[in-house]
Design a protein around this ligand. Sequence first.
Ligand SMILES: *Cc1c(COP(=O)(O)O)cnc(C)c1O
Ligand SMILES: [Zn+2]
Length: 624
Amino acid sequence: MKVRRRSQDNRFYELRCFGCGRVCPEDESTTACPACRMPLEVHYDYDYIRSRLNRYSLKSSPIKALKYLDFYPIRNLDLVVSLDEGGTPLYRCHRLAEHTGLRRLYIKNEGANPTGVFKDRGTLVDITKAKEMEAEAVCVASTGNMAGSVAAYASVAGLPCYVLVPEGTPIGKMSQALSYGARLLQVRGTYNDAARLTEEMSERHGFYLAGDYAFRVEGQKSQAFEIIEQLDWHPPAVVIVPMGAGTNLAALWKGFKEFYELGFIDRLPRMIGVQPEGCQPIVAAFNQGLNTIVPVEKPSTVASAVAAGDPQDGVKALAALRDSGGCAVVLTDEEILEAQQHLARSESIFVEPAGAIPIAALSPLIMTGRIRPDEVVVCLATGSGLKDPKAALKVLPAPASIEPLTSEVDKFLRLKLYEIRASGAKNGGKELFTKVPSQAEIGELVKREFGVKLTADYAKKVRALAVEFINKGKPITKADLQYIVENVLKGLTEHKQVLVVDDFEISTTLHGKPKARVWINFEGEKIEMASTGVGPVDAVIKALKAAAEARGRLFFELIDYKVEINSAGTDASVEATVTLKDAQNNRVVASGTSPDIIVASVNAFVEGYNVLWAKQKGQKIANG
Ligand SMILES: *Cc1c(COP(=O)(O)O)cnc(C)c1O
Ligand SMILES: [Zn+2]
């Protein structure tokens, strides 16, 4: 990277290689050692810091990242770029503590930062350094949160910001970064592919390379300072941190060591690092006693914020785990999602999956004696759940829709529909049956698995859908049954089925236009209709629409259509959702579920049509 040299007013810090110890001038590199490619680290002249430090004001002023400016490698304080980050709450969690058997459990809620993640603390220093070094633009690779954070600070600093993320990054995070004005690219690859490209981008175009490097660590260590202050200047026994690049755990450790060095605390906490099963290079190295990290080629985890297969600061995190006498743990995605729900319900802290990993680790750590019940434990809740709402929805019910009638609200309460999926997060892949049980058996099964008591009518509908699954040759798993039940219960109102599809037939070739023929029953009358379309689903929906409009005189548009695959693996089922709108602006959202995408779409369409029909009828009656 080309950076113009500025006068150095003093030398109270220097960058040193974490591997070979070589001192690296800032204008040569701020990211990796030019000799051995290991990460760099900021080393201070602590006598200098000590001489500048006003202990009284440090201890008496309110906490926030900016109060620790003396601990940051910033030369020109006029250039500081801040959004007033840090000062996040440290909650004492009584309910969660009781549940896990701990006496004193705290959670540092880093989701309360300006962009919803601890990274803002690091970005404060990172982008201030970009200003100091007279960068004209910044670039950054990210799994999503770094993108939002760096884009926000680059925006207030007046710097163009280029961001590379892996394709499929949670939409909330991309939406955030784009809104701050980031010039964003999705890379068909992993986070590490994005990181490699960004590094090259920085070298070829002279952009400042922001990210998980030495300066960021300096900003993020303020989490440790704040924890010490919030515990009344007593260090906790244990701090549990999710690890992606490992930078944040290394930053917290450096912060604790600096407060120790300056005499603010007289002992250091044990650092415990946690990773998801689908991306655990640091934990694996720790448990195998290695000093190097073996990269994970293709990370796979619901905790996308920690899906860094080749962690930049893996060696720093390893050293922190060892030097602090800590340990490392992995958790499954299922355990992480469960902890996410548990944290939200017991302490009202809504985190994204990565932020729940420390909570998921508590039980195994206590059970294996690696944490004692009487120890003071701090978990880092690293990021807000609002940026990745889809992750939580994986284990939450899709809420039912009702007509605006009190009777429907009462029905919701009577059937206890809010109970569904209370036990749905677990064992989604469990096979429940391969032959269709009776209606009564279905009722019992649903009651047992999901805690919802179906009326006979609902049980009948659930059974009918289950028959479709079995006829398609798909055994019904717990997840399938849950989707079926949800789907049936979503349409709380029992509408008259004016439109029923008896059958359909589709012929399609690779290059020709697909043709669909449908046989419907419209209020007892049989109709046959055919249509072509751009695809098979389009063709069959067009035929259905034509038949329904011809007979029902109900004209409408299909304004949205969405297909999602439920449950992982090859044995997936499909949920299709349609939005229909008529000329009076009545809008209906309906969904259908099946192992077959066309059947799911047809079911959604028919449901939507019948609801729209009932709505129009109802309005006609109301309007006299
Ligand atoms: C970045 C991030 C992490 C992981 O931090 P690293 O410094 O990459 O180890 C954990 N949780 C959230 C929410 C993050 O955004
Ligand atoms: Zn080196």
